[in-house]
Design a binder for this molecule. Structure first.
Ligand code: MD6
Ligand code: FE
Length: 217
């Protein structure tokens, strides 16, 4: 029984909440493998260090990023795109760990998307004050596949809007181990992350890490 894998404290019980048609929040879904995920993350960051990328408009992002998988999301003055190589090193991005791939597939299935096989995992690191302004994820080749997002470390307020930038976002507090799966009718909803508050997480310290799995190609 899955519940046996979790602590008895109320904040780590797995649960499922519908955010919109096609979007589901799986609380604490990643908790059973948190240590494997963090160990794999350290490995990835040793090969492809977190860096603050620059937007096409010339602004340095407050969130630091890296990637794993066959396709990595990058931005620079020339635009947003997926690239097989890390522009800092010229080498391919680190391979996607099997624990990452399995987690993404299982979460997607829980959200009603069977057979999700991501080729891209964008890894975002937030330290106090870092934020992500409202955006749509639309650099992927098609929007048939969902996106799976895994939150680790410090909690953050996730802003979840609608198809129009002006749609007032709802706020969700995403905590360590929470997984969001979204696709279908909400695949192109605007979303963002409010400035991260400071704090200390027992496994990750003063940061939040978010993994977003996509099928880019
Ligand atoms: C973050 N996430 O949570 C940023 N995009 O740090 C995203 O931008 C995102 O969580 C698409 C789907 C899920 C996400
Ligand atoms: Fe996004």
């Amino acid at each position: 029984m899955t519940a046996d894998l979790f602590d008895s404290s109320s904040d780590v019980r797995p649960s499922r909440e519908t955010m919109a048609e096609g979007a589901v929040l799986l609380r604490a879904f990643a908790r059973p493998i948190e240590r494997d995920l963090i160990a794999a993350l350290r490995d990835i960051a040793a090969q492809a260090p977190f860096r603050h990328m620059v937007t096409p408009g010339g602004h340095q992002m407050s969130v630091a990023m890296t990637n794993c998988g066959n396709a990595g999301w990058v931005t620079d003055r020339s635009g947003y795109r997926y690239d097989a190589a890390d522009p800092e090193s010229g080498k391919p991005w680190p391979a996607m760990p099997s624990a990452f791939r399995a987690l993404a597939g299982q979460a997607a299935a829980q959200g009603g998307f069977e057979g999700f096989a991501p080729d891209a995992c964008l890894i975002n690191r937030y330290q106090a004050g870092a934020r992500m302004s409202l955006h749509q994820d639309k650099d992927e080749r098609d929007f048939e596949n969902p996106i799976v997002s895994v939150s680790l470390g410090l909690p953050a307020i996730f802003l979840f809007g609608g198809l129009k930038r002006a749609d007032k976002p709802r706020r969700y507090r995403l905590e360590h181990g929470d997984v969001v799966v979204w696709g279908g009718p909400s695949r192109l909803f605007f979303h963002g992350v409010a400035p991260l508050g400071d704090g200390e997480h027992n496994l990750l310290g003063r940061q939040r890490i978010n993994l977003t799995f996509r099928k880019a190609h």
